[in-house]
Design a protein around this ligand. Structure first.
Ligand code: 5GP
Length: 207
């Protein structure tokens, strides 16, 4: 594969608590040349979250200044906090030929789509509402209010699954990870992505 071809953009969405961050982290550990974007957020760090690793935690003022400078590829207000993807980071990684995974909510995906940016969208569903609720409660990092809000938003978000190219059910971490790997491998084999290499091989037939 040509190392000079531009990287591919993958966008993973799922209701909060579905496990998309865990899945994306596993994916980038397993697959070469794939990296996760680190979002900016105005939300406070949860216990155990590492600044600059899990998120870039910034104040609401800093976030709003970044919006007005046009520094986000997309951003959204989720559960009263602001979350966004750095435009320059994403462009730099893609230009250098790395494939990038964004784990963002459905509002953010609409913005990326509206920009006409090329991406592969993957929606992750939990096996059921009950399982999602259990997972959110098991995480126990959130208050009851926050859990209720996430469940309410989840009911709305899952309705968007059909706007994504792929759907993966996160029933078991291992099988869902394998499914995601397969999707990424398939996207990497698309004809436009393979063209430079294919032409080089075809040249050997006629040279
Ligand atoms: P959490 O607070 O649980 O880490 O994330 C809450 C929601 O914000 C999740 O649905 C997550 O996908 C979304 N989110 C995280 N980062 C971004 C981002 O950069 N942009 C958008 N639009 N949503 C994000």
């Amino acid at each position: 594969m040509s190392s000079k071809s531009r990287g591919l953009l993958f966008i993973i969405s799922a209701a909060s608590g579905t496990g998309k961050t865990t899945l994306a982290e596993r994916l980038v550990q397993i697959m070469p040349n794939l990296r996760m974007s680190r979002s900016y957020t105005s939300r406070a760090a949860r216990a155990g979250e590492r600044p600059g690793v899990d998120y870039n935690f910034v104040s609401r003022e800093t976030f709003e200044a970044m919006i007005s400078r046009g520094e986000f590829l997309e951003w959204a207000d989720v559960f009263g906090n602001l979350y966004g993807t750095s435009r320059v980071d994403t462009e730099t990684w893609l230009d250098s030929g790395q494939d990038v995974v964004l784990t963002i909510d459905v509002q953010g995906v609409f913005q990326v789509k509206a920009l006409g940016v090329d991406y592969t969208g993957i929606f992750i569903l939990p096996p059921s509402f009950e399982v999602l609720e259990r997972r959110l409660r098991g995480r126990s990092a959130d208050s009851e209010d926050s859990i209720q809000q996430r469940l309410k938003t989840a009911r709305r978000e899952v309705l968007h699954y059909a706007e994504y190219e792929f759907v993966v059910i996160n029933d078991q971490l291992e099988s869902a990870t394998v499914r995601l790997q397969e999707i990424i491998a398939a996207a990497r084999s698309r004809t436009p992505r393979m063209q430079a290499l294919a032409l080089k091989i075809i040249d050997t037939f006629h040279g």
